[in-house]
Write a protein that binds this ligand. Sequence first.
Ligand code: ADP
Ligand code: MG
Length: 449
Amino acid sequence: TWGQVCNELLKTVGKNNYTTWIAPLKPLELSEGIVAVEAPTKFLRDWVSRNFADQILRELRVAGIVAERLEIRVPDARPIPAAEVAKPAAARRAPARATEAADLPGAPLDARFTFDSFVVGKPNELAHAAARRVAEGGPVTFNPLFLYGGVGLGKTHLMHAIAHELSIRRPEARVLYLSAEQFMYRFVQALRERQIMDFKEMFRSVDVLMVDDVQFIAGKDSTQEEFFHTFNALVDQGKQIVISADRAPGEIKDLEERIKSRLQCGLVVDLHPTDYELRLGILQTKTEAYRAQYPGLQIAEGVLEFLAHRITTNVRVLEGALTRLFAFASLVGREITLDLAQECLTDILRVSDRKVTIEEIQRKVAEHYNVRLSDMIGPKRVRTIARPRQVAMYLAKQLTTRSLPEIGRRFGGRDHTTIMHGIRKIEELQGADRQLAEDIVLLKRLLES
Ligand code: ADP
Ligand code: MG
């Protein structure tokens, strides 16, 4: 019967989904009321239970086996009740110790935010090195460590990584990580419940205190005051403090001067905006991780480079784009190509569309090949002009979100099939023509910087 069920599923979910998600399942028990299958990994189990459980049950019913629920077992893992499966994976995987073992009311740590998963590049190497130093324990060399930088550049990631690392190297250390907002919330609560002594005692008993997004307490006077005292008490005891904020201490408005100067007396390092190399590195690392999750999913050459060029705002958006791309590709059973990326990420790409216009592309290409700008849109068909024009068409497609007809209009009202032909031509030639490939890499760099 399982074979029958599989045959039907193959028709309804499509070949790709079938091979990825259904084929790896092994039937364990198929009887009235109880249906259990085995999945090789937890990830596969969760995915199947979220996306295919109903269809599997339906096909089983057709085959004469009626059950309420599909139980998916993973070797050496307890079956997960359906309710828990719905939770985000991170929450389930978070290590118990950080949140429960110590009686510290910290914020939960994201198990994925480790030093191992942090990609180091020029823009963040200093912050990374400083965080590592703190995590290695040893004598306190700079206090506090103050990390600052824009949204999504890895501040929280680094702080969690410190906590994870400390839990391994110094399991006895009391490490408290929380956001400034949580600090305020607990403080206010302690005031209200007349437990301020407990509050003080608790915060003064930690070995390492990490407060994320400290800019939040700007303008909140009594919270600032308490934070200042906590801070001083810990520094006096030689305890390590790590602080993050979205800007440098001196630039946080409505923060008391004495706090600013306190925050500055350790090591202040900033996370710079990512550069192309770092973004590509992050994408490659994440892709490796996804390969295990989505076995069999192909990703075409140039897609990661395209994303690294185009999504420059923040790493969270970059990651989100990749996640969506993999999920989408696996659902529709297609290879991840540039077209697919453009199709499924239009909203993100539009936002981070950095003023690269078709006109600009034409101008740069014309300059590069030493032809007239007017020839880009003109009718001449000699190779020395037609080829650069095709390069410009190709780049217009790659670097902007314009459709083929729109590109056609900007190339002197050419038809979209002409544009498509031009793009194809360049795609073909690039493989064999090393010079052309180099020209294109160079032009992209020029246009993106
Ligand atoms: P911030 O706290 O600075 O706003 P986060 O630490 O929350 O940013 O990072 C946002 C997302 O980007 C997280 O998922 C994080 O894992 C990821 N990220 C940021 N920088 C890196 C990096 N260098 N390597 C790997 N992942 C990164
Ligand atoms: Mg953060």
